[in-house]
Design a protein around this ligand. Structure first.
Ligand code: F6P
Length: 366
């Protein structure tokens, strides 16, 4: 008897814990004699490619992968079937809708169900495919923790740990040189990584997208600290932070075939702004970048990712298609893809987290 096929894929930026989800799905599915697990290489590109790039997962392929960073299925943020970038002969790009072709391919491959592991962009694709009749389940993923339907995404806490370890190192060098040290972390629209790192590391200032900063207030806060004789200051800034009335700093203009504008480098901009606003201290910058997304996931993220993987397959068995697995109030639950993709999870300016951060002397420059 032919086994039923569940197709797994990872889309968007990679994130520590993706492999633990894949392993969780595979191990749970293995308990069901009539199912097999396939993987599409590089998100949906594997299915849309000619010839297709789809692999059958085996115990050997998934053994021990829960401790590895990245994704054994590879990923991309250039493979959105809703708006697929195609380069024309004259070198220009156009975006075409490839969803009908994708749905047809899934049928040809005999796929019974799809588990799409990805962030907001990937889950919008899941919803669109669900509306076209695909039996699809979403698994939320992002180090930014900006998905509203889940209290936490796997990968976030690993990113915070990496950022905190780096921050601790920068504190000792800032102290030794009486410097202002600016550490830039990821967080395009939401400042979760910056905020958690600032509290864990004991930063003097934390600049996040949700609270635009006033550069003069930032300088005043630094000066006060120098006047007290402490003579150094550590700042955490999210890549999407901006000054009051200003714009987000873009590293490069958006290329036609890329999903999002590239951020990164706001630490250098802040450094210049501080000097221009009269900051006398010596300043150095450190941009963490993709270091935050690589390497082995911490235990919490491995566990959360494993629970998500097991649940996602059980949702396939229960035919709960059109839904996403999530983590709410310490429970693994489900939410419709529609609800999951309707809003973002931003840092609430009035939350206790912000209040507590202010309580231990962290300034948001506002
Ligand atoms: O969304 C996750 C994220 O890590 C953002 O924080 C960051 O801006 C972006 O991905 C970087 O994407 P890329 O890997 O395409 O440079």
């Amino acid at each position: 008897m032919d086994k039923k096929k569940v197709l797994v894929l990872t889309g968007g930026g990679d994130c520590p814990g993706l492999n633990a989800v894949i392993r969780g799905i595979f191990k749970r599915a293995k308990k069901e004699k009539d199912w097999e697990v396939l993987g599409s290489i590089e998100a949906f590109n594997g299915v849309m490619k000619e010839p297709v790039d789809v692999v059958r997962l085996t115990s050997k392929k998934v053994a021990g992968i829960h401790i590895k960073g990245g994704t054994i299925l590879k990923t991309t943020n250039k493979g959105n079937p809703l708006s697929y970038p195609v380069q024309k002969e004259d070198g220009t790009w156009e975006n075409i809708d490839k969803t009908d072709m994708l749905v047809e391919r899934l049928k040809q491959l005999g796929i019974e169900a799809v588990i799409n592991i990805g962030g907001d962009g990937s889950q919008l694709i899941s919803q669109a495919l669900y509306e076209k009749g695909v039996n699809i389940i979403g698994v939320p993923k992002t180090i930014d923790n900006d998905l509203s339907a889940t209290d936490f995404t796997f990968g976030f806490r690993t990113a915070v740990q990496i950022a905190t370890d780096s921050f601790d190192k920068l504190v000792t060098t800032a102290e030794s040189h009486h410097r202002v040290m600016i550490m830039e972390v990821m967080g395009r629209d939401a400042g979760w990584i910056a905020l958690h790192t600032a509290i864990a590391g004991g930063a003097e200032l934390c600049l996040i997208p949700e609270i635009p900063y006033d550069i003069h207030k930032v300088v005043n806060h630094i000066n006060k600290r120098y006047k007290k004789g402490k003579g150094f200051a550590n700042i955490v800034i999210a890549e999407g932070a901006k000054p009051k009335g200003g714009e987000v700093f873009q590293k490069e203009a958006k290329l036609k075939h890329e999903e999002h504008v590239r951020l990164g480098g706001v630490a250098y901009l802040l450094s210049r702004q501080l000097k221009d606003a009269g900051c006398q201290a010596e300043i150095r910058e450190a941009v963490l970048g993709h270091v935050q997304r690589g390497g082995t996931p911490i235990a919490f993220d491995r566990i959360l990712a494993t629970l998500f993987g097991v649940k996602a397959f059980e949702m396939v068995l229960d035919r709960e298609f059109g839904n996403m697995v999530c983590y709410r109030g310490n429970k693994i639950c489900t939410v419709s893809l529609k609800e999951a993709t309707s809003t973002y999870n931003f840092v609430d300016k009035d939350s206790y987290l912000i209040k507590a951060a202010r309580g231990v002397g962290i300034s948001f420059g506002d």
